[in-house]
Each structure stands twice: as C-alpha cells, then as structure tokens.
Design a protein around this ligand. Structure first.
Ligand SMILES: NC(=O)c1ccc[n+]([C@@H]2O[C@H](COP(=O)([O-])OP(=O)(O)OC[C@H]3O[C@@H](n4cnc5c(N)ncnc54)[C@H](OP(=O)(O)O)[C@@H]3O)[C@@H](O)[C@H]2O)c1
Length: 380
C-alpha cells in the first residue's frame, strides 16, 4: 500500500516535472521569438541610422540654412552631410553640429549617391537635377514648385497624406509654404463639415522670396541703395504680387493656393480663390481665410477640432488680445490659428486667421518630417 502510494507520488512528481519542462519550453520559445523580433526591428532601425547620407541642395539659401538647423534640432540620423549650392558657393564651409563641411556642386553630389536629397534651389535646378539623383537611387524631397502638380509625383504634408508614400516614390514634392499652413488648419474641418468654397488673402513675409528679398528690406531700412528683388520698394509697402503673373491675371502663388490643397486633400469638389500679398515682415506668412462648408458647424466644436489637431495651435482670446502673429510664430514649427468667428453674411461660413513660419513648417520642417516618415516606415 505504502509502495503503491509512493509509486503514485513518483508518477505525480514525474508528470509535474514534465509539465514544468513543457511550460519552461513554451516560455523559452516565446522569449526567443520576442527577442528575435525585437533584435530584427532594432537592427533595421540601426541600419537605417547608420547608412543615412543626406544632401542639402540649396544649403546656402534661406530654406537650406533652416533645414540644417531643423536637421540638427531633431537629431536627424545623418552620418554624412553633403551641402550643395551653385558654383558660386563651391568650397564655402558650412558648419553642422560642430563639424565643417565644404559645399559641393550638384554634379559632385550625384556621384556621392546620397540616400536622401533635400532640395531647395529653385524649380529649374529641381527639374534638371532631381531625376539625376533619383537615377542613382536617391530619394529627393523637393521644395520648389517643379513637381507639385505632376500627376506622377506625390505632394505631401505628412500629418495629412503621408500614408500615400511608398518606397517607389523617388521624387516627392513639398507643397508651397502658404498651402501647408492652410491645409494644416482646414483638413480637420473639411473632414467634419466638407468645404464648399475657400477665399484666401495672404500677408506674406519677404523671407518667402529668399535671401535677395530679405537683403532688399534690410537695405531699405538702412537707407542703402542695393539690388532689388521686387519691382517696387517693400519697406512700408504691400505688394499684391507674389511670384510671377500668369495669363489668367492671377499670380503663380495664388494659383498654387487654388490647386495644391485639392491634391493634398484628394478632393477637388471645393472651389478656392486667392489674393497673395507681400508685406515687409520676416517671421512668417499670415492668411485671412473665409471658408464655406456644406454643413453647419458649432464654433466651440471648431475650436476643439483645431486644438485636437497635432501641429495646430489655437491662439484666440480677444480679452487678452491673443491672436497669431508672424513675430510670435517665428522659429516655431506649429501652425497658429485665431480670430475664429462665424461669417455673419453667409450660411455655414467661418473666418480664420492662420499664421506659420514659412521657413519652418512652410518649408524646412515639413520636408524633414517627410524624410522622417520615410525612415520610420522603412520606405528609404
Ligand atoms: N523661402 C521660402 O519661404 C520658401 C518656402 C517654400 C519653398 N521655397 C522654395 O525653396 C527654394 C529656395 O528658396 P530660398 O528662399 O531658400 O531661396 P534663396 O535664399 O535664394 O536660396 C537659393 C539656394 O539655391 C542655390 N542655388 C541657386 N541656383 C543654383 C544652381 N543652379 N545649382 C545649385 N544651387 C543653386 C543657392 O546657392 P548660392 O548661394 O550658391 O546661390 C542657394 O543655396 C525655391 O524653389 C523656393 O520656391 C521657399
């Protein structure tokens, strides 16, 4: 009897032992699988970080300089920086994170086969050189208007339509500065109430025209006669003239505001009209926007929708004179929205005042966010 009991105890312990082994085996297998998965994703992240060779084309310009600042601030995973500019600047030294780099020309940069090239050197340069970089396997993100409306190229604001990007996209267009801040504010409202018509009046910074325009304003303020970027003085003035005039009487900048939002929002059911004006500010572009929706809205809900949108900040308190201004948007990556009010002259219509730093979210930051999206999603 005693023995019989012992035998059962032994068998019980034996089974328990195997049960434990089985459990241990399962746990070990799970551990190995999780570790392998973790190591694999870590490895791909490390590989991406180790191999990122980045060319900044237009590194000596307004946008290029801010790109270098934003790349450094965001700790973009660069192992080799290639600053590129015109022949005039070849050999100039650009300092990035404490290291000096000599500016090279476009032909040299192509032979260096960068992983990513961030272009801000004008439309003609992009048209000629972006395909040459793409041919050597570089992913180009271009700030000029050269490729924006090309149906084979994607026009990206990562928060809105980053999801359309694939590893096949070798030339990606960054929208116009005035468009980016506009769609950042309008996208959540369009999703909720459906836009019918948008009327935009811009008040644009001279930094949007580049180094020469900022120099013109500086010269005028200092009483120096110098090279003119605009056909008229810009100090103490307002020019209803941004970019060149087109056959239809609109400026090219105005037509960018008409066309680009439709491509980004993948919807051409709404209509847009714009007047673009250059004013003597440097910190950012401002826009007075009147938008009519198909459905009615609640103002508190509009404020909430905008406040809940990443990258959008509501500044709207009349009691404290709080509203967006170029001087406070300067050097910031967010898009600021204020003066949110109902248009009492027309049903379902809203008035907004939108301000952003045209060199940050309007250009450099958005470009670098596109590059970050590509890296995070292993598309480059
Ligand atoms: N400023 C803005 O707010 C803004 C916003 C969105 C988009 N963009 C677009 O970004 C681009 C640059 O604008 P930006 O304001 O920075 O102009 P910018 O201050 O005049 O700078 C132009 C840059 O392009 C370089 N460059 C000019 N011709 C070149 C060539 N043939 N080959 C190589 N590099 C050349 C210049 O080099 P050098 O110094 O050697 O001349 C300089 O680095 C434009 O296409 C503009 O439409 C500007």
């Amino acid at each position: 009897m005693y023995c019989f009991f012992d035998f059962y105890c032994l068998e019980y312990n034996f089974l328990l032992f195997f049960d434990k082994i089985e459990t241990l085996l399962i746990i070990s297998l799970l551990f190995i699988t999780c570790s392998a998965y973790f190591l694999q994703s870590l490895q791909s992240k490390i590989i991406n970080k180790i191999l990122m060779k980045v060319a900044v084309v237009g590194a000596t310009g307004m946008v290029g300089k801010v790109m270098l600042q934003v790349l450094a601030e965001r700790n973009f995973p660069i192992t080799e920086l290639i600053p590129v500019a015109s022949e005039r600047s070849v050999g100039k030294i650009i300092s990035y994170k404490g290291t000096d780099y000599a500016v090279v020309n476009l032909a040299t940069a192509v032979t260096m086969c960068p992983d990513i090239a961030l272009f801000s050197a004008g439309g003609d340069t992009s048209l000629e050189w972006a395909p040459k970089f793409a041919d050597v396997g570089t992913t180009v993100i271009d700030n000029s208007s050269a490729w924006r409306m090309d149906p084979t190229k994607k026009l990206i604001v990562p928060e809105i339509n980053g999801d359309v990007l694939t590893s096949e996209d070798k030339i990606i267009a960054n929208p116009n500065c005035s468009t980016i801040q506009l769609v950042m504010a309008l996208a959540p409202l369009h999703t909720k109430y459906t836009m019918k018509r948008v009327v935009i009046s811009t008040y644009q910074s001279v930094s949007g025209t580049g180094v020469k325009a900022v120099q013109q304003l500086d010269n005028e303020e200092a009483g120096i006669k110098g090279e003119m970027a605009y056909p008229h003085p810009i100090g103490r003035n307002a020019l209803p003239h941004c970019d060149v005039f087109l056959e239809n009487g609109y400026s090219k900048e105005e037509m960018k505001l008409v066309k680009e939002p439709k491509k980004i929002l993948r919807d051409d059911s709404f209509s847009v009209t714009a007047t673009a004006v250059r004013i003597p500010t440097t910190g950012g572009h401002s826009e007075a926007v009147n938008v009519q929706f198909l459905t009615d809205f609640d103002l508190a809900e509009v404020r909430q929708l905008l406040s809940d949108t990443p990258g959008v900040v509501v500044q709207d308190n009349l009691e404290t004179n709080t509203y967006p201004m170029p001087i406070t948007a300067h050097h910031k990556d967010d898009v600021f929205v204020g003066r949110i009010r109902r248009d009492e002259s027309q049903e379902n219509t809203l008035n907004l005042w939108i301000v952003a730093d045209n060199l940050r979210k309007g250009a450099a930051t958005n470009t670098i966010q596109i590059a970050e999206y590509l890296i995070d999603n292993q598309l480059v």
